[in-house]
Design a protein around this ligand. Structure first.
Ligand code: F6R
Length: 365
């Protein structure tokens, strides 16, 4: 059932182009986004005052990326929260707001409890869920099903990618309905969304061997720091989690500008620092943070888009991803980071699909 792959994780990494395409196609009609299956009308979309995205783990990282995209394209304020925090803090919820619960399994205890908490307060809830008929899917007012198919590997890859696409579709449609983007921009964004599956496939094909080689070299790393700004910070969080959970390397994600407020004291000779630079307007800023790490001896990996070749003046190892609209960069940049976590785990001979202490679906609080 692994279809010739050594592990489910790498099989599922390869399934991402299809999973993303299927999820996108489920809300495309004549090259426009149609949320009628999800059950949100234009009138309802126009009234949303505030969006609260609530989730755990990688699904929370989707929320972190989605926050930037939704706020920028719709100008609706977005707050992202860990479900295990949201449910206990007596949240202040605007009655005209929308609570979005993101969950692959649809059974995560804290996410389900957060959903119930929100419903009890009479606020509308939308689930972005993969498992059909799961508790969150059944109880949410509206459901946007991701079409990742069954995910077996404990570390999520394809479900995460489909959750991202779902959140982009919401952002683009909300932006259009609320007249924050022009018809031309709307069509451009949809056309770009449609290119993502092929770009993901190309990254997997082009980078697999190089990243495997790099991962084998880094297999003895004790720590790794993932740094970026804005959307690149959200990508850092997922890259960091992927690596630590399957390879047992201690990793941290840091907003690049925040390093010098304490954490940079951990950088010493040979410490691995991975800089993520997909956002043009933040590129120089993050490069300068990478230079600061390098002058303390860090070993630098850069992850950026084709064209930014001067990163090689700073980084010791570089991975390039295809260009896309800056809002959607997470979908591409996460792929090399998934591969990196996977191949470090393989190089260390670990149980990739079932890392120690973890369960696929966290039904305890
Ligand atoms: C990480 C991972 C977890 C899940 C989290 C939420 O690779 O898989 O962090 O993302 O446990 O699970 P769901 O999405 O099922 O609510």
């Amino acid at each position: 059932e692994k279809a010739g792959f050594e592990h489910f994780m790498i099989k599922e990494i390869h399934e991402q182009p299809k999973a993303v395409r299927d999820t996108l196609n489920s809300v495309l009609k004549d090259d426009r986004i149609d949320l009628s299956e999800v059950g949100l009308t234009d009138e309802e979309i126009k009234k949303i005052s505030q969006i609260y995205i609530v989730a755990c783990g990688s699904a929370y990282h989707v929320g972190m990326a989605a926050q930037y995209v939704i706020e920028d394209l719709t100008r609706i304020p977005v707050r992202v929260e860990l479900a295990s925090e949201f449910r206990y803090r007596n949240p202040i919820l605007d009655p005209e707001g929308l609570v979005v619960i993101v969950s692959q399994s649809g059974e995560t205890a804290d996410s389900l409890a957060a959903l119930r908490e929100a419903k009890q307060r009479g606020i509308r809830t939308l689930g972005i869920v993969n498992v059909v008929g799961s508790s969150i899917a059944r109880e949410a007012d509206n459901v946007f099903y991701t079409l990742a198919g069954p995910e077996i590997s404990v570390a999520t890859t394809k479900a995460y990618s489909t959750q991202l696409i779902a959140s982009y579709a919401l952002a683009v449609q909300f932006g259009k309905v609320r007249e924050q983007i022009t018809e031309e921009k709307y069509q451009e964004l949809i056309a770009e969304l449609k290119t993502l599956p092929d770009k993901i496939a190309k990254i997997i094909e082009d980078d697999k061997e190089r990243i495997q080689w790099f991962a084998a070299k880094q297999a003895n790393a004790r720590d790794a720091f993932f740094i970026g700004r804005g959307i690149d910070y959200a990508i850092s969080m997922e890259g960091s989690l992927k690596m630590k959970e399957v390879s047992y390397v201690h990793t941290e994600a840091y907003a690049a500008g925040e390093l010098k407020h304490g954490t940079i004291s951990l950088i010493e000779d040979g410490t691995l620092v991975i800089g993520i630079l997909t956002q043009n307007h933040l590129y120089e800023k993050t490069v300068s943070n990478m230079v600061e790490c390098k002058s303390r001896g860090a070993y630098l990996m850069g992850l950026t888009t084709y064209g930014h070749y001067n990163i090689e003046d700073t980084a010791d190892f570089t991975v390039y991803i295809p260009k896309t609209d800056s809002h959607f960069a997470t979908s591409l940049a996460v792929i090399p980071l998934q591969l990196l976590g996977y191949y470090v785990s393989v190089a260390k001979g670990l149980d990739v699909d079932k890392p120690r202490n973890l369960a696929k679906s966290v039904t305890v609080e």
